[in-house]
Design a protein around this ligand. Structure first.
Ligand code: ADP
Length: 394
């Protein structure tokens, strides 16, 4: 019998899945359904990245896509026994500092957080509902992007707004917590002396943020109330002066929906370059606008490494992850270029080989590349919920 846990990441029209065995770090299969609806597509891969045949099925809804994925996996693993399902949920609010097995009451609590993440939370919760319906009796485990950051001190949790807003939940939550959890756990395993120190982790993908971690605990993050703050991203603005939003509303009559579209979908690398949200495309393009978009990205990354190091009172290691952080030696080299003052100096041969360590021997601060694995963090939580501990699994 193949005892396994499923991880799900449900977006507005997409569903990312991974099937993990009850023990071990390598997934048995991964899949992605896109454009869920009449034009839905599904791609599945096996443990070595080889394409797997998708079973014919309904990709018209999340529930249908989920059943199609499982039907396809049952062709590969006919004796599949699903132990639990782990879900990526963007917002756990103030209450959840760890994964939780979902009950009807917990689902109601999570629904109340939807106004804080209207573009993501409702889809994440729809994924939980669809999986509950498809697999009644199988524990559903919610894993939160915010949970890792609940250790922020008050000064990094609050905005200087009237206190009533803080009390109703207008706080700096921080996101990408599953990725930071993975990276800090990996460091604790492979380089405990660094994990015990002051880390700045840069998760640079289509979404991008940084996290200041001290002795395994997040103390600050560049993302705040929403996943818009901080660094510029593929299509998201990153930090903007709130006065700009007042100008857009007052002088240009833009609605909240229009501003949301501007900040989430039309800004960042795409907005600056007028070309693409994809760093590879911009690196290859060489147009003045693409070059400026990269310059802006690099500059804001340098600034925020400084800000995170200031929050930590120094820095022992800088770790890159995410699609850009793991793959673009050019961006890593450029970010590090102006950080010599904090003991950062990279070795270009090591950087070209993508790490893991890319700092030069004599540098005071270690610089690393560590591929992140958010799915594995979710899978571990899904296992833990049914009593499988990683120590017995290792
Ligand atoms: P997401 O946040 O959606 O998970 P990823 O972490 O996959 O995104 O990151 C996607 C980004 O990584 C894109 O901008 C892509 O261009 C960039 N990327 C991936 N590989 C490379 C590479 N070899 N060089 C430069 N950028 C890369």
């Amino acid at each position: 019998m193949t005892r396994a846990v499923l991880t799900l990441n449900a977006g507005s029209s997409s569903l990312k899945v991974a099937l993990f065995p009850a023990q071990g770090d390598r997934s048995l299969a991964t899949g992605q359904a896109d454009a869920i609806g009449p034009e839905g597509t599904l791609k599945l891969k096996g443990p070595f990245g080889q394409p797997l045949e998708a079973a014919p099925g309904d990709l018209g809804s999340h529930g249908g896509a989920m059943r199609t994925v499982i039907d396809s996996l049952r062709v590969e693993y006919p004796d599949l026994a699903l132990l639990s399902v782990g879900h990526r949920v963007v917002h756990g609010g103030d209450a959840f500092a760890a994964p939780v097995t979902v009950t009807p009451d917990i689902l109601t609590t999570l629904e109340k957080l939807s106004p804080f993440a209207p573009l993501h939370q409702p889809h994440n919760l729809a994924g939980i509902r669809a999986a509950t319906e498809a697999y009644p009796g199988v524990p559903q485990v919610a894993c939160f992007d915010t949970a890792f950051h609940r250790s922020h001190p008050w000064v990094n949790d609050a905005f200087a707004l009237p206190r009533a807003l803080y009390d109703e939940g207008v706080r700096r939550y921080g996101f990408h917590g599953l990725s930071y959890d993975y990276v800090s756990g990996e460091l604790a395993r492979t380089a405990p002396h660094l994990a015990a120190g002051r880390l700045v982790v840069a998760h640079l993908g289509n979404g991008a943020s940084m996290c200041a971690i001290q002795n395994g605990r997040s103390i600050a993050s560049t993302m705040g109330f929403s996943a818009l703050d901080g660094l510029p991203m593929g299509t998201r603005s990153g930090q903007v002066d709130p006065g700009v939003l007042l100008y857009l509303m007052d002088q240009k009559g833009m609605t909240a929906a229009q501003i949301s579209d501007l900040l989430y979908r039309q800004s960042g690398l795409l907005g600056l370059s007028g070309l693409s949200n994809d760093m590879r495309t911009l690196e290859a393009a060489g147009t003045p606008e693409a070059t400026q978009a990269i310059d802006y990205f690099v500059f804001r990354c340098q600034r925020e490494v400084g800000a995170m190091a200031a929050a930590l009172g120094g820095i022992d290691a800088l770790v890159f992850c995410g699609g850009i952080g793991e793959n673009s030696r050019m961006i890593r080299a450029r970010i590090c270029e102006r950080l010599g003052w904090m003991g950062i100096e990279i070795d270009h041969a090591l950087n070209a080989a993508n790490g893991p360590v890319i700092s030069s021997d004599l540098a005071r601060t270690t610089v690393m590349v560590l591929p992140t694995n958010e799915e594995l963090v979710i899978a571990r939580a899904a296992r833990a919920a049914v009593g499988i501990s990683e120590r017995t699994a290792a």
